[in-house]
Design a protein around this ligand. Sequence first.
Ligand SMILES: Nc1ncnc2c1ncn2[C@@H]1O[C@H](COP(=O)(O)OP(=O)(O)OP(=O)(O)O)[C@@H](O)[C@H]1O
Ligand SMILES: NCC(=O)N[C@@H]1O[C@H](COP(=O)([O-])[O-])[C@@H](O)[C@H]1O
Ligand SMILES: [Mg+2]
Length: 399
Amino acid sequence: MKIGTALSNHATKALLLGSGELGKELTITLQRYGIEVIAVDRYANAPAQHVAHRSHVIDMTDSEAIKKIIALEEPDFIIPEIEAIATQALLDIEQEGNVVVVPNARAIQLTMNREGIRVLAAEKLQVPTSKYAFAETFTQLKTAVENNIGYPCFIKPTMSSSGKGQSMVKSVDQLQAAWDYAKSSGRVDTGKVIAEAKIDFDFEITLLVVRALNAQGTVETHYCEPIGHYQENGDYRESWQPQAMNPSALKTAQAIAFKVTEEIGGLGLFGVELFVQGENVWFSEVSPRPHDTGMVTMVTQQQNEFELHARAILGLPVNTRLHTAGASVPILSSLAAKDVVYEGLDKALAVPNSEIRLFAKPEALVNRRMGVALATADTVEAARKNAVTSAKSIGIRPA
Ligand SMILES: Nc1ncnc2c1ncn2[C@@H]1O[C@H](COP(=O)(O)OP(=O)(O)OP(=O)(O)O)[C@@H](O)[C@H]1O
Ligand SMILES: NCC(=O)N[C@@H]1O[C@H](COP(=O)([O-])[O-])[C@@H](O)[C@H]1O
Ligand SMILES: [Mg+2]
């Protein structure tokens, strides 16, 4: 493809829908290839907006608002970055044919809502998943859990991410609170919640998969080394790469990831979330974009997940090589405040082979991700230890 020079009349333009920490890294990468980036989010001063050429604040769950911004900016690429977007607008815009929705509008619609991707994976593609049911009322939820899903189970909003609105329920007396939380705390209330039986996994991974064009112009699938991670309340607390895996489980994981991403189609990087127990692998969900647990690749891979996504989208060559073991630990706020300052950067960076990214979100909330510590080492264990020490050195307090 021809890539126009940024800020000329022929600049290739990318419009990000969602401008968080993942979008910021992607913006920087796209700009290195001369792309003009417009960063859109639901609030002003979102991380990617700190570096983008231009930015807009809109209600991204409003189709008309999305269409208006697209008509104004006339981008070549629309890159959804968060799980809270009116996907119908993207389907309509794609139909018109002048813009590429990354990786495609159907992928965004399917993955933005857990119902779409779960039904596709489990029922059409027949890949193993946890047992699940959808409910529109508390009575439906209770009946499904009591008769079919069982305890313990997870109750989640169908449109959410980073664990928002999600809880694990061990007995019937916790069900009402889980229903109320899922209905009130997702990114968007679709009217439905999902109940999922708990999988007793040994560990869970994100398999980063890249669909990119080869020299012959055909799509090839590339896999990164598996990323292991540990989650609390549905949000990641540590990730590391590589996750040691039994070769047969890795093969199964790649086969599941291939099946799902091949069905979704388009070009770009995907984060396929899988649960592993012995040789068994279950599909959990997929992000058609860089993944939070994949931030570790900023220190472990020659081409990190943002570089891979940008290259794949632009039709450029990709390489998923890992060059070192590493780990990432998010820096979470312990307080809610409008203006905050970070402390301890000197201490955090005194940890050997560590790096810090501070996101500078304009408002801190309890457990909101405000930065990330990254570390490399000869072993994953040492890298994890260093990343934890580095992250703990950063304090967040009101300005
Ligand atoms: N059915 C399940 N069995 C076991 N653990 C689960 C199940 N569902 C969710 N979890 C745990 O909760 C975590 C978050 O779940 P999930 O990925 O569905 O939430 P999310 O809000 O989409 O998070 P993100 O957007 O960060 O991926 C999983 O990574 C896993 O640790
Ligand atoms: N698991 C998905 C994920 O990590 N998404 C990342 O978090 C941002 C939202 O953060 P916020 O809720 O703090 O605004 C998103 O914009 C994206 O960068
Ligand atoms: Mg997830």
